[in-house]
Design a binder for this molecule. Structure first.
Ligand SMILES: [Zn+2]
Length: 301
């Protein structure tokens, strides 16, 4: 439900293309998707929007070479910054571009965006972040496309994000609050679930936010409480990401901040652990990995 074929700053990549190895990026994406395919994955939802380097040609190529369907989005990935282009235009003008991606196609192609993406993180729901959320919500209401919102439980962003979507008239069944699994605060999580939204338990391997065993304990308890049909499990894996210099990546790995992060970690470690504990049935797996994504993606159509 939540994996990235490639994350990079599109402005830096456009201005200093020699700093990027396109062949290595493609190879990394192909390897990751093929590994997932070996675990019977037939469709990958890639929530990479503007400012995270969305490139529909890259997605199409990986899809064609692997036979795995890649589902693209529209939207803006920002914790506060917006280009002047959008600072001087309102939420409706922003929404118009999102709608074009959904109805006509992305970047001049005939590949249409299937859902909308926005983000709130440590700075909270700032003015610019709220503008993107309202634009995403309006495009959702207009087109029936669902919404995936990057959240930060540690900054309590989820409730306010849901509130904005609801103010704009979005049905809660079309809203997915990503990264809810970064916390094991069950009161926070149930508070979100009470609003009717879906939650992403989607950063397995990113130990810096929450270690695997605590993520598993949270998912296990939510299964016991009957929330199988409200959860989406994923890794938020990035086949490549340009955010950190090589040394910093090595340090993070050495410190255990990232562990066994891949597009297959969930199949290799998480499902076996939950099955051993006796909380995850085959029916749950079908619900979480097939039915929930399908229901969310098609909720408004
Ligand atoms: Zn992501």
């Amino acid at each position: 439900m939540h994996e990235h074929l490639r994350i990079r700053d599109e402005a830096v990549a456009a201005q200093w293309p020699d700093r990027y190895d396109g062949d290595a990026e493609l190879t990394a994406a192909l390897d990751a998707v093929r590994a997932a395919s070996d675990h019977s994955v037939r469709t990958i939802v890639d929530p990479t929007p503007m400012l995270a380097g969305r490139d529909v040609g890259f997605m199409r190529r990986v899809s064609e070479e692997t036979g795995v369907q890649i589902v693209p989005c529209t939207g803006i990935y920002t914790y506060g910054y917006l280009p002047h282009y959008f600072e001087n235009r309102d939420a409706d003008q922003m929404a118009e571009l999102f709608v074009a991606d959904i109805e006509r196609g992305i970047q001049g192609s005939d590949v249409k965006a299937a859902f909308l993406k926005c983000a709130a993180d440590a700075p909270g729901v700032t003015e610019n972040v709220e503008k993107v959320h309202r634009a995403v919500a309006r495009a959702s209401v207009q087109t029936g496309a669902p919404i995936m919102a990057h959240s930060r439980p540690a900054s309590n962003t989820g409730p306010r994000q849901v509130e904005i979507f609801r103010e704009e008239g979005v049905d809660p069944g079309m809203i997915q609050i990503a990264h809810t699994g970064d916390t094991d605060d069950l009161d926070y999580i149930e508070g979100l679930l009470d609003t009717g939204v879906l939650i992403g338990m989607d950063r397995y391997g990113l130990e810096l936010f929450l270690p695997i065993d605590r993520r598993n304990a949270t998912v296990a308890e939510l299964l016991r409480r009957g929330y199988a049909d409200r959860m989406l499990i994923s890794q938020d894996f990035c086949a490549t990401i340009d955010w950190f210099p090589e040394q910093a990546v090595e340090a993070m790995l050495a410190q255990g901040l990232v562990r066994d992060w891949s597009m297959t970690l969930v199949f290799e470690q998480v499902l076996p652990a939950l099955q051993n504990e006796g909380v995850l049935s085959d029916e749950h797996v079908e619900t979480i990995f097939v039915e929930n994504p399908r229901r969310w993606l098609t909720a408004g159509r």
